[in-house]
Design a protein around this ligand. Sequence first.
Ligand code: MSP
Length: 474
Amino acid sequence: MAKKFYITTPIYYVNDKPHIGHTCTTLAADILARYHKLKGEEVFFLTGTDEHGAKVAEAAAAEGISPKEFCDKVSQTFSQIWPKLDIQYDFFIRTTNPEHEKIVQEVLTKIYQKGDIYKAKYEGAYCVGCEKFINEGDLVNGRCPLHPNQPIEIQSEENWFFRLSKYVPTLIEAIEKENHPYHYEIAPESKKNEVLAKLKAGVKDLSISRAQVTWGIPVPWDETQTIYVWVDALLNYYTATRITGRENFWPADLHLIAKDILWFHTVIWEALLLAADLPLPKKIFIHNFYSVDGQKMSKSLGNVISPEDLREKFGVDGSRYLIASSFPAFADADVGLSKFREKYNSDLADGLGNLVSRIAGLAKRSEITISNQETTFVEEKLFEQKMNEFDLSGALAVVWEKVNQLNKKINELKLWTKKKEDLEKDLPTFIEELRKIAVLLSPFMPTTSQKILEQFKGPKITKQTLLFPKIIEE
Ligand code: MSP
């Protein structure tokens, strides 16, 4: 039986358009999904959209359409852009899916019946941008740090509360002790420490229903309230396994997220699962953020980079390479179109592309015969290590080390001056190395990898394709 690997991305809010931030997480998930498939595992890769809540209802009203119509429209911009970047998710979950709604109600009822949900009055600073009450201590100049242009509202209402505090001791142990029955891993270490420190500082119970938000899933035992959008959203990871008949994939092996939604995914999510008697995810990896040309990416600054922009300029595999090689795994990363163009030209046009065309050219000219064997996935220790740490740029750097070495060796040996007999001796090693590079690259650049493997399939090389035409500055 093949090992199972269940990987998820956050489900994205429909009140935004897909941008390079969403793209880096979804692409990372696709690369890891392909990598695990390459190792013979059975993979379930889930992404989707988060469609309830006040913000979505407001965005729909602004366009004069119903929330459902609005969600149908925007959700498609997400579900349709990913395949255009060769991102092959297995299922696209929408929280307005009636089956999702039903299972969310079922899980909540279970937690309620267990006594972990109670009614109380809530009053606090509420940020409409985040869809959440903000801790007083987290406000910056009385504003939400993520939405400094939106006013904070003081809201008060009767809500249903989840006994989050009850689960804090168990969560701390489950995170800290590897042999704990509920152990789950938070990576990288710095994020784990951040969560533990916050847990140990004390945690209050969580309001999990809203009296004023109508665009949401009704609380099953109290129709005057809807379920807090975050509880509804987190449960997608579980409901999707039931909706698709993949119950055997639960729990998730890996939730990929960024630092903005750390607390929800490493504390609230696990507490809800514990309360519902459901197994906990195995691992959560939290990456950092992109900034663009030194600034926070924002609509108002007009510096948002969209996946379409990238694909138009750099092609599918070009875009995949540029995003993966700048993936903000452990620190924020600054990107920009002109930096991307330089990187494309140096690493792809002059680097890999040039290497492939030089070797193909030499093989074609000398008409050498090469072996027909299949190149399979070979374990590359350092590459493996980087992949297991989710250091995508590090893994690519390992491969580019090889690319650069081969290019250098061609120069040193002055292969272009050699006669057929010498090339017959020298070239097969280059070709074999290139095939290995192509296989390692297959999760990152599936089409390019395929093209290289086809081109050097043997016995004769007849084509000399240009993989990455150089991009001249506009
Ligand atoms: N709907 C919630 C998630 C619910 S999951 C149960 C949400 N949506 S979101 O549309 O705001 O997406 C947030 C995620 O988008 C981040 O965690 C990250 O994966 C990605 N990114 C958004 N902006 C980003 C950057 N500037 N840089 C890198 N990734 C970013 O939160």
